[in-house]
Design a protein around this ligand. Structure first.
Ligand code: NAD
Length: 356
């Protein structure tokens, strides 16, 4: 790897990967392209600069902007409108143009430069219509998947890549799934390595979390600054569960994948998430946030469930684990403690979360 382009590289995942690659691939040029659409991404620019990473202000919707980067060996596509609620009111243009056409522009650029590509896909490609039909086990603080299931690819350990793909999945999930399908064709037709990771919630420092995306940071910041929080949906119980992947665990995986991209590309798709051990309900997340920040909040309840919301998502990482032994090493507490330290010790992050 001599030259790597990270699109959306000023965002949470992109900036963290860029800096890690610069540290791990000696002598490698890392170039970031981002249009700074996400509030907070501009705060990542000084970090990129001080790590010797070149920044191009550009838009993945415009192929000419991507070409400005020159010839690359590899592209990691991290740009997106990443909210599952995006487009639900009918304003779908930005979502589709960025997430789908933007990903295709990246693939086209890789084809022309004969470069490999890594695509950050999402657990949201799995249809919520199907997930709402899965058997649940309910305890005092959380929902889990039950032992008995009538649907393939699901167990108490979570969803495997064999989970059925028919049904509505949200506009966000659909843009990502459509991109996956097109990228698979680019892999097959043009013989470029294409690695696809389907991630659950990713969390950690330098994520400018908001209520509809980046929940671990949003929840921790609300505890630090004693803001109002609500348990929304599922009767306002706060029992909905997600798995959380520490950004450093994702980076460990991506560094491994970039060392032998062809091998990972040949396996087509990997689920990569926090898994059952690193999953938490909102009630459990509140408990950890209270313990780590020292502030306990009284949390309101809103009964009505939102569009595309699901009671549980947990990643079954058994495919990637069997293939190369990867599994997340950081715990839920590590994630919240690292976010808490970052917000408290970073004035620009504190200012942003306190004023939101
Ligand atoms: N964070 C998660 O929990 C999570 C989970 C699964 C998948 N993903 C995927 O990982 C990737 C990175 O997500 P993130 O959490 O870092 O989000 P983010 O919003 O922090 O970063 C995305 C970046 O893309 C940029 N961007 C948006 N539109 C653009 C455009 N048209 N042209 C160029 N840049 C543009 C934004 O300014 C931002 O800096 C996304 O593809 C997302 O779908 C994220």
């Amino acid at each position: 790897m001599k030259k790597i382009l990270i699109t959306g590289g000023a965002g949470f995942v992109g900036s963290s990967i860029s800096i890690a690659l610069k540290e791990n691939f000696q002598g490698c040029d890392v170039i970031v392209l981002d249009n700074l659409y996400r509030k907070g991404s501009e705060l990542n620019l000084p970090r990129l600069k001080s790590n010797g990473i070149k920044f191009i202000r550009g838009d993945v919707r415009n192929p000419k902007d991507i070409e400005q980067a020159g010839k690359m060996d590899f592209l990691i596509e991290c740009s997106a409108e990443p909210s599952v609620l995006a487009g639900k009111d009918g304003d779908t243009d930005y979502l589709i143009q960025t997430n789908l056409y933007g990903a295709l522009n990246c693939a086209e650029y890789c084809r022309k430069s004969n470069a490999g590509m890594l695509f950050l896909s999402t657990s949201r490609v799995y249809p919520f219509e199907k997930l709402l039909k899965c058997g649940l086990h309910e305890t005092e603080k959380r929902f889990d998947f039950s032992e008995k299931q009538d649907i393939a690819g699901i167990s108490p350990e979570g969803l495997t890549e064999k989970f059925p793909m028919d049904g509505a999945r949200s506009l966000y999930g659909a843009t990502k799934y459509a991109s996956e399908i097109m990228l698979a064709e680019y892999r097959d037709r043009f013989s470029i390595p294409v690695i696809i990771n389907r991630c659950g919630v990713i969390a950690g420092p330098w994520q400018f979390g908001k209520s509809d995306q980046g929940i671990a940071v949003f929840w921790t910041a609300a505890h630090i600054f004693k803001k109002t929080l609500k348990y929304i949906g599922f009767g306002g119980s706060g029992k909905q569960v997600r798995d959380f992947l520490h950004i450093k665990d994702l980076i460990d995986l991506i560094i491994m994948q970039l060392k032998t991209p062809e091998a990972f590309s040949a396996e087509k798709i990997f689920n990569a998430g926090g898994g059952k051990k690193t999953s938490a309900s909102l009630i459990e997340l509140s408990g950890i946030c209270a313990e780590i920040t020292g502030n306990s909040l009284s949390i309101a309840a809103e009964k009505e469930t939102r569009y595309a919301d699901i009671p549980v998502y947990i990643t079954d990482n058994s495919k990637i684990n069997a293939f190369r032994g990867w599994s997340p090493r950081r715990s839920m507490r590590d994630i919240i403690a690292d976010i808490n330290d970052w917000i408290k010790n970073t004035p620009e992050a504190s200012r942003l979360f306190e004023s939101n």
